[in-house]
Write a protein of this length. Structure first.
Length: 149
């Protein structure tokens, strides 16, 4: 398993910490590697739908974010990332102790980068693929970001 530099790790974590939606959902970064990021979302009533499954919106949000940060790990320091588009297929009801979204860079590019998105429901230590998708990212010049808070 390859390691990202401490500078890349800090840049990814700092940017993630500025995401109000991830804080609101209770999501956290659980793994950062070059071109691969995992985000964990614990089960709680606020992220479920009426049948008790994780809501598709929460599932898709952590997938989009995992892919975005996977791309961010391979982008130059003077750039940032925005999602151009993504598509998710919901494969099974998402029920478990937590969700784990995995974003993986499939093809990095100078401007556009393509990522695979996967979300697993984890229950009693067993993982089940519940959503899969693909994403296109655009690399843009870094913009000043407000402080976390």
């Amino acid at each position: 398993m390859a390691e990202v530099s401490p500078e890349v790790r800090a840049r990814v974590q700092a940017s993630f910490d500025r995401q109000g939606l991830m804080a609101h959902l209770g999501a956290r970064l659980s793994r950062i590697e070059p071109g691969v990021v995992h985000i964990t979302l614990p089960a709680r009533p606020e992220v479920t739908q009426q049948h008790g499954y994780f809501h598709a919106g929460a599932t898709s949000a952590i997938a989009d974010t995992a892919g975005g940060f996977a791309g961010f790990t391979v982008f130059p320091e003077d750039s940032t990332v925005l999602t151009v588009e993504y598509k998710m297929n919901l494969l099974a009801p998402a029920i478990g102790d937590h969700l784990e979204a995995v974003g993986t860079v499939l093809k990095p590019g100078r401007t556009l980068t393509i990522c695979r998105l996967e979300v697993f429901a984890v229950r009693d230590g067993q993982s089940k693929l519940v959503a899969a998708g693909q994403q296109t990212l655009i690399r843009v010049d870094a913009r000043p970001e407000p402080p976390a808070g």
